[in-house]
Design a protein around this ligand. Structure first.
Ligand code: GLP
Length: 244
């Protein structure tokens, strides 16, 4: 039986998702929590930050990281995951640099950076909670369709829609190498608890395929059907094809 929670509207979804993060910190103050960037998670992060500002809770032992990061762009680009999470959560929750684990965006040796990122998580006992967005093509992290389920942390190509947006925003040419350093599918599946978050009607068909379709490498998020402790948190719009 999959654990599917459907919230009545977008705001109820944002609050429930924010509460997953806050609840994790209250339950285990030394939690290691993985985050995701994007339109889906922005409002939930703002709610977490707002609650912390108004009713501070103990974040002195929390470790944060993001599931993925762009490669070959400076952190001054607002679309870098480090930059977004720093602004949305790590800064507001007063998490210092040594408890905000992220690979660099610029490096001569991304293979070593992938290893280091994964080892730094393992050294803290692995993630207690991974919040995951759902890509429009079924990707999780930056693992695109076709990524082997056995993949470890690696540098993946971006999806074409996202890549062209990043090229437009940064002005880099088509021959400039861009990619995404992402936890692999196997690494993600080792997280103790996962909350997959999806909202909006534009995600509804992909949500249906993720939950009702076969588990296949052609749709990376479908692997979450096999995780022993994954909650699928949706708003009504994203869930609209589930009951049919
Ligand atoms: C990007 C991120 C993913 C995220 C996805 C969903 O691809 N790298 O980690 O889950 O976007 O984004 P959105 O919430 O904007 O639909």
């Amino acid at each position: 039986m999959l654990d599917i929670r459907i919230m009545k509207d977008e705001h109820a979804f944002d609050v429930a998702a924010a509460w997953e993060i806050i609840g994790q910190i209250l339950k285990k103050p030394d939690s290691v929590i993985g985050l995701s960037t994007g339109a889906t998670t922005k409002a939930m992060h703002a709610i977490v930050a707002d609650i912390y500002r108004r009713y501070p809770f103990d974040t002195s032992r929390v470790t944060l990281f993001n599931v993925d990061e762009l490669t070959n762009l400076p952190r001054s680009y607002a679309g870098c995951c480090w930059t977004m999470i720093q602004e949305q959560l790590a800064g507001p929750l007063e998490i210092p640099a040594d408890r905000f684990l992220m690979p660099p965006t610029i490096s001569d040796d991304f293979d070593s950076e992938c290893r280091r990122f994964q080892e730094s998580l393992e050294a803290r006992g692995g993630a207690d909670l991974q919040m995951l967005g759902l890509g429009y093509n079924g990707h999780i992290g930056i693992n695109q369709p076709g990524t082997p389920f056995g993949s470890e942390t690696w540098v993946s190509p971006m999806d074409p829609v996202f890549e062209s947006r990043v090229r437009r925003e940064t002005g880099v040419g088509d021959d400039y190498p861009l990619g995404g350093l992402t936890l692999g599918i196997r690494t993600i599946m080792h997280t103790r608890r996962i909350v997959l978050v999806a909202k909006g009607e534009h995600k509804a068909e992909m949500v249906r395929r993720m939950l009702r379709g076969p588990v296949t490498e052609e749709l990376p998020a479908s692997v979450l059907q096999l995780h022993p402790c994954c909650t699928f948190l949706l708003d009504a719009a994203a869930a609209r094809y589930l009951s049919e």
